[in-house]
Ligand binder design. Structure first.
Ligand SMILES: [Zn+2]
Length: 436
């Protein structure tokens, strides 16, 4: 029960992320690290601790062997809360109805605390791993990891470090009903889509609106938006999605089963079905969402400039350059500015021992769900770790219902105590299996 109380305490620190560094309440972050030190004395005594860029702890558990190390990632920053719409205190860490409530309970302090509980307990029983183990905790994952993950990676690259595998948050176990099957399904993120932001500027004639030109800058912008929305990027089947469809297919019936089993062959038919759902659509194409506009100042003044921002999520295989050329292929008259660009990650393979061990541990802890790789449409800190390992997997050992999944970044976030115990059981088993 102590572990549950420790999680509850961890949720009481207001380690809220902000895109502006000066808005971080640094005392809360320092206090959180002090809390870890006080709560996990063995981890702090036996593991080497390096603090990267003031707030990112990097723990190193030495094995004394030359085997390639393994690493766990997690983050302790959380997204902001709207206090009034919570039915419990968002930073109360309240324990009731078999759950622990609070911001960060499923994203991602649960990972940090269950990892710390796991290692503390293993140390207590005198366990020594066969390969070195690292725990690296980011503190600004929710705002792109500029100060946490990216600094940790820089530190590791300077030291020439390499890892057998890296495990971060990401996929989870869900009821199969979410995919129309009877068995639970566990998804392991093997790749992440890339993300770019672009600003398009359209120029128009200045002057009075009483004698307007045929189209104003607003009209030009609108025509472009409509054109792009009507002609989305081409649909393409990537390996992780193909593998996911194949793994789920045995639990489907009829024609669906045949389509999914042979997804590449039937893709010309399958893609039209997948394009209908927003989630499945995002799995098979680079998506473009126009998110912000800025144009005009007065009702009767022609706007000389109109701007629109697009958020683009790149499918593995696409690049910022490719999407920019695609935008230009519409032949509209605009100035394009790249605001931010992160390429898709590499795809980690699944035909190796680490993946097999991961799968086996999931099957054991979670009552044999269908385990499958998948493509993540959201991002994690692990996207920054390219080059440090070719086996980067994203999986949080929790079974979440679709309702619970919806609590991520939402009001009344909680984790069930059962899930929290499963996380510890999973990490313990995974460490032991990786160190046999
Ligand atoms: Zn997260």
């Amino acid at each position: 029960m102590d572990s549950v109380k420790n999680l509850a305490k961890a949720l009481q620190f207001k380690t809220v992320s902000s895109s502006k560094l000066e808005e971080f309440d640094v005392e809360e972050f320092s206090n959180f690290l002090a809390f870890l030190k006080e709560t996990y004395p063995l981890v702090h005594e036996k593991l080497e601790l390096t603090i990267i860029n003031n707030y990112s702890p990097l723990f190193h558990w030495k094995s004394g062997t030359g085997e390639l190390p393994m690493m766990f990632l997690a983050h302790y920053d959380v997204v902001p809360v709207n206090e009034e719409s919570w039915s419990v205190g968002p930073f109360s860490g309240e324990i009731k109805d078999g759950n622990v409530w609070g911001r960060g309970s499923i994203d991602d302090k649960n990972s940090i605390i269950s990892l710390m509980e796991t290692v503390e307990a293993l140390l207590k029983e005198g366990y020594t791993p066969k390969r070195d183990i690292y725990l690296a905790f980011g503190y600004d994952e929710e705002t792109f990891g500029e100060h946490g993950a990216k600094q940790i990676v820089q530190y590791m690259k300077e030291k020439g470090m390499k890892f057998e595998c890296i495990l971060d948050e990401g996929g989870i176990v869900t009821p199969g009903s979410m995919m129309g099957i009877d068995k639970d399904i566990a998804v392991i993120g093997v790749a992440e889509k890339g993300q770019c932001n672009y600003e398009f500027t359209f120029t128009g004639e200045q002057g009075h609106s009483s004698a307007p030109p045929k189209s104003t800058s607003v009209g030009k912008m609108a025509a472009f938006i409509k054109d792009v929305e009507n002609n989305p990027c081409e649909m393409r089947l990537t390996e992780p999605v193909e593998e996911m469809l194949r793994n789920v297919s045995p639990y489907k019936r009829g024609i669906e089963k045949i389509f999914m089993k042979n997804a590449r062959f039937f893709f010309p038919i399958l893609k039209n079905i997948m394009a209908k759902g927003a989630q499945t659509n995002a799995l098979i194409r680079t998506t473009v969402a126009f998110t912000k506009t800025n144009a005009g100042s007065e009702p009767n003044v022609l706007p000389d400039k109109s701007q629109v921002t697009a958020n683009v999520r790149l499918l593995p295989g696409d690049t910022p350059e490719k999407i920019e050329a695609w935008f230009k292929s519409f032949h509209h008259d605009f100035e394009l500015k790249r605001l931010a660009a992160e390429s898709p990650t590499d795809v980690s393979r699944t035909d190796n021992d680490v993946y097999r061990v991961l799968k086996k541990c999931i099957e054991e802890v979670f009552d044999k769900p269908v385990v499958t790789p998948y493509l993540m449409i959201g991002g994690t800190d692990s996207r920054n770790y390219k080059g440090l390992s070719d086996k980067i997997y994203r999986f949080m050992p929790c079974r979440l219902t679709s309702e619970e999944l919806g609590l991520m970044h939402a009001d009344d976030e909680y984790i069930s105590i059962e899930n929290f115990h499963k996380m510890i059981a999973f990490y313990t088993l995974f460490i032991k299996e990786m160190n046999r």
